[in-house]
Design a protein around this ligand. Structure first.
Ligand code: ASP
Length: 383
């Protein structure tokens, strides 16, 4: 099949609504130019730094990161100041403490860091009991001769480094997990002889406080959530660092690792160019090495937004034979270059609840949420 035939097939199947985005599929980004050396561009007076960006769930903490950047602090410390707040937050159930568990009810966390000025990286995956895997990833980078440590080895390393193990499963996440099990198997529901037969969730939500969780729990059971925080920072010297941290896909098979800790996928930083990261369905990102792809696109002249869209083209292209399946999932990319230019792209313009997909930016004056640039300006799924 020629390229053109493939494109026609894709669009006729995906439907007219998406056809408006033809120029965004399969082609190189408009601003991509011949290979060049990004750092050759001289610093311009218009360069606007420091800048810190993150996925939307970081917006309330970007001030902390910006304060570090403004006081001359390190770019990775700035990014970590943002994401550790989200890791500590029991109400963000996609990251750190309170993260939704795997199918066995165990919270397993993944994280990565890259420090641009020293060209170093660290990552951990499937780490249990430690609420700040981003800091463990930093310790891997700083204290070992390795880049990536996983599973029981990562927990042992963290404990050796003085991280305190704890139970990461909050009561709300535990009940959400039980509700998911009840939906998946009748063995986990009140039996035929029970007065509460079929009243699955009601038996779990047995106090007024827990009853307030009903809507949220029904939502995460019906649509297993992904969620993560990626944060990228550039300081006034043009130094760039980043981090990505997550509890990954809820109800995952034990040991499943997404893109967040994978250097080159969920995070990539090259201090000569900038950084990129991702949230959403990690399996799709791993297949296109999104973080690395975006940084290389920026190196060749793409704007951060165009580079994110190019990565999204590649995700979409992998579904050209099954365009309707694209609708099942969401994926977002974030990018920041060393001049302080930033952007974000999302596969879909809106979440299943109709809310526009956003990301967070602090430009030195204030933190705000901005819409991502969607590949398709429609509602997509959260699978
Ligand atoms: N990317 C993460 C993963 O696949 C999850 C997410 O961002 O929603 O593990």
């Amino acid at each position: 099949m020629t390229d053109w035939t493939r494109r026609k097939f894709f669009f006729s199947t995906l439907g007219a609504a998406l056809a408006a985005s033809t120029q965004r599929l399969f082609g190189a980004t408009s601003s991509a130019s011949a290979p060049g050396v990004f750092a050759a561009r001289p610093a311009a007076a218009s360069d606007f730094r420091p800048i810190i960006i993150s996925s939307a769930n970081g917006v309330t903490h970007l001030d902390d990161g910006m304060a570090i950047l403004k006081s001359g602090g390190d770019t990775l410390d700035a990014a970590l100041a943002v994401v550790t707040k989200v890791e500590d937050d029991p109400n963000d159930d996609s990251v750190g403490y309170g993260g939704l568990p795997n199918e066995d009810g165990v919270v397993e966390l993944d994280a990565s860091v890259m420090h641009g000025p020293t060209h170093r990286a660290g990552a951990v995956a499937s780490v249990q009991k430690i609420k700040n895997p981003s800091l463990v990833a930093k310790a891997v980078m700083e204290k070992t001769n390795h880049v990536f440590i996983v599973g029981s080895g990562a927990l042992q390393f963290a404990e050796d480094e003085g991280f305190i193990p704890m139970n990461l499963l909050t009561e709300r996440s535990r009940i959400a997990w039980l509700a998911w099990k009840a939906q998946s198997s009748e063995n986990w529901r009140p039996g035929l002889d029970s007065p509460q037969w079929k009243a699955q969730l009601a038996t779990l939500l047995d106090t007024p406080e827990k009853m307030a969780w009903r809507e949220h729990i029904e939502q995460v059971v019906a649509h297993p959530i992904t969620g993560t925080i990626n944060c990228l920072a550039v300081n006034s010297k043009g130094e760039v660092s980043g981090t990505t941290t997550t509890s990954g896909l809820s109800w995952k098979i034990a040991g499943r690792v997404g893109d967040s800790p994978v250097i080159g996928a969920g995070l990539f930083v090259d201090n000569e160019v900038g950084g990129a990261g991702s949230t959403g369905r990690g399996e799709e990102n791993i297949k296109i090495s999104g973080g690395h792809t975006i940084v290389e696109m920026m190196r060749r002249g793409s704007s951060p937004t165009d580079a994110c869209l190019e990565a999204l083209h590649r995700v979409a292209r992998n579904y050209q034979a099954f365009p309707e399946r694209l609708k099942q999932f969401h994926i977002q990319f974030y990018a920041l270059n060393k001049h302080g230019e930033y952007g974000a792209g999302s596969l879909w313009g809106k979440h299943p609840n109709g809310a526009r997909v956003q990301y967070a930016v602090h430009d030195g004056t204030k933190a705000q949420l901005l819409p991502t640039t969607p590949l398709f300006d429609e509602v997509g799924g959260d699978y």
